[in-house]
Design a protein. Sequence first.
Length: 103
Amino acid sequence: MTPSSGNVFADLGFADAGERQTKVRLAFAINQILERRRLAQTRAARLLGINQPKISALSNYRLEGFSVERLMHFLTALDQDVEIVIRTKPDSRRGARIVVTAA
């Protein structure tokens, strides 16, 4: 058994593991909001300014066509504040990281 790094994409060896994890966490937040509001895909697509197939891709976490910036824009379109905080990593941790936390 190998302990996880905390990022499944890094554990699988993806070079862009941080970006992939960030996208999934942003998409998860978006999908939770859409589900909580019980928005149909067509209504959600109109609200986010994209077409229904893109909403389907988003809801199924097929995120290749979405940038982190675009996903954050979707959150603001859903009346969510997005905060980015930059700080020095602790000396106790090997590498710097990107963390997305939904409040």
